[in-house]
Design a binder for this molecule. Structure first.
Ligand SMILES: [Zn+2]
Length: 312
């Protein structure tokens, strides 16, 4: 196995830390062991790894929702009227043969509060090079930009990458940066740069197909043009890695028809959300939400004419 620049620096850091500990000097900073949550799924083990969290203006997310409805939500749940701090939950599935990571997190160039996957991997004793497959829900920064490390080397050097063909075609198109609108131009430039770096290793799949044995891509386009959720089956059990169709434990369920600022095609996203919620209830499936409070594992129940997220 090649010694990457990241490994070399990490190795050097460890030695220095060990040296300072041996000398009885407290290190300046300690590596934070990020929390981790696990569940068994048939023969597979599922871990949810924290990549930290985002800090987003409420106005950006809920600016298109009538102000009195937003105010009611904020008051009833004692939320901040200025910012939301959604979690970033990365799902890892290990079945003895494959080590599959769903999305790779933000990396170090998006927000200082996110891009913490290295600490989470360390906490479970997994080397990034042991990941065999990386499956993307979509190509937004908080899901994709962790692909390259701080030296622009691939973080998951031995992985096979997979993304929907629709998502790939949209972000790789040189015209996208010109048509996406000013607010999302950095998203477009970053997606293209990151995706191009794995152009030769990435598989582009069709929607509603089995992308790997036991893993099916569910078309949940709307948040981005080719967004997918993944149904993961092992034995008689299954779980859905939902991505960004359901981004908030309260309003994505209570108000699935709200038009959310982070959804690129808001109407299509509303349709995808309603359809998936309906399926999660009817099939009594467990889900993992990328931005739902850590670890984002739970089930969906019907509540009146809408839904409710039940953690666990
Ligand atoms: Zn996201």
């Amino acid at each position: 196995m090649a010694l990457t620049r990241r490994k070399f620096v990490k190795g050097a850091g460890t030695t220095a830390l060990a040296g300072s500990l041996a000398g009885g000097i407290m290190p300046q900073t300690l590596v934070q062991a990020w929390s981790q949550s696990s569940l068994e799924l048939g023969n597979a083990k599922v871990d949810v790894l924290s990549d930290g969290n985002l800090v987003l203006p409420v106005e950006f997310l809920l600016g298109d929702v009538p102000a009195d409805e937003v105010k009611e939500l904020i008051t009833r749940h004692s939320l901040s009227a200025d910012v939301m701090e959604p979690a970033c939950n990365l799902t890892l599935v290990r079945d003895g043969e494959r080590t599959i990571l769903f999305d790779v997190g933000s990396g170090s160039n998006f927000m200082p509060t996110a891009g913490k996957i290295s600490g989470s991997l360390e906490a479970i004793g997994l080397d990034a090079e042991e990941v065999t497959h990386v499956l993307f829900t979509h190509a937004h920064p908080d899901h994709l930009w962790g692909l390259l490390d701080e030296f622009d080397d691939p973080m998951f050097a031995n992985a096979e990458y997979m993304i929907s063909k629709k998502e790939w075609d949209y972000w790789i198109d040189p015209e996208t940066v010109n048509t996406i609108g000013e607010a999302r131009q950095t998203f477009a430039a970053g997606a293209k740069r990151n995706l191009e770096s794995v152009e030769d290793q990435i598989i582009r799949f069709e929607m509603e197909t089995e992308v790997l044995p036991g893993i099916r891509a569910i078309d949940t386009s709307g948040h981005t043009p080719g967004h997918v959720s993944y149904e993961v089956r092992s034995g008689s059990q299954s779980i859905v890695v939902v991505g960004d169709v359901l981004t908030n434990a309260i309003y994505s369920f209570e108000n699935p028809d709200w038009r959310i600022g982070s959804d690129q095609d808001q109407e299509m996203a509303v349709d995808a959300r309603s359809k998936l919620l309906d399926q999660l209830v009817s099939d009594k499936m467990q889900m993992i939400g990328f931005h739902i409070p850590y670890p984002g594992i739970g089930r969906v129940e019907r509540a009146g004419s809408a839904y409710r997220f039940v953690a666990g």
